[in-house]
Design a protein. Structure first.
Length: 228
């Protein structure tokens, strides 16, 4: 996935991940606009603020993927957002990328090669002073554990490789996640964290003056413990 994180639409974060960072201007556009492209399957899951278990559990594989997303209350001051389903790699990439982005075909092929089966994402807007401007959370089910782990590495490596903005790696102190901090031209920071839990790949992209790094990394750890 390329980290064109909030590309001209709700694609900002994912673009960052699925396709890599484009120009600085592109990154900013991605985070600000609302995606109006392909209509995705509706009947989205209703976000009830589901709280991921705080202790390790044995995953029997019956919990729906949409309920495995980190809770909407991970960061204070954010709207609940709507969980939307992306049943194909093409739908996921189209939702994440700006219309006409040349990286769409490559990203779609990459996820198909990894055995993309299903996916969900949620965008949340900041509603309180000091809260991030936008938080995007997503989950994708791939072929197997190896494909998921490979996507985590490929996504972050591509961001570092292709971004023209200042990108720094963030220490996560584990072997299942990777995180990057990107300085945006408008002075905000974009924190991108992606991790694997079994054959599922997750991502969180947080944009704002304060990206609440400790809250995000804790949510990542709890999610991994719950669903691995």
């Amino acid at each position: 996935m390329r980290m064109r994180a909030f590309a001209a639409g709700a694609a900002a974060a994912a673009a960052l991940v699925l396709a890599g960072c484009g120009t600085d201007e592109r990154v900013v556009n991605v985070t600000v606009t609302t995606h109006t492209g392909v209509t995705t399957p509706t009947v989205p899951a209703t976000d009830t603020g589901y709280t991921t278990p705080t202790t390790p559990t044995t995953d029997d594989g019956t919990t729906p993927l949409e309920l495995r997303l980190p809770p909407s209350r991970t960061i204070d001051g954010m709207g609940s957002g709507e969980v939307k389903r992306m049943q194909t790699a093409r739908e996921m990439v189209t939702a994440l990328f700006a219309a006409g982005d040349p990286g769409v075909a490559t990203a779609t092929a990459r996820l198909n090669a990894a055995g993309y089966e299903d996916g969900y994402f949620r965008d949340q807007q900041g509603t309180a002073s000091g809260a991030p401007t936008l938080v995007r959370t997503y989950a994708m089910r791939l072929r197997d554990d190896g494909a998921a782990a490979g996507e985590v590495v490929a996504a972050t490596d591509e961001v570092v490789r292709s971004s023209t903005a200042s990108v720094q790696r963030v220490e996560t102190n584990n072997n299942y996640s990777r995180a990057l901090s990107v300085k945006l031209p408008n002075g905000e920071t974009l924190l991108f964290v992606t991790w694997a839990s079994g054959r599922d790949v997750y991502g969180m992209q947080v944009r704002g003056k304060d990206v609440h790094k400790s809250d995000v990394l804790e949510a990542v750890n709890q999610n991994h413990l719950a669903w691995s």
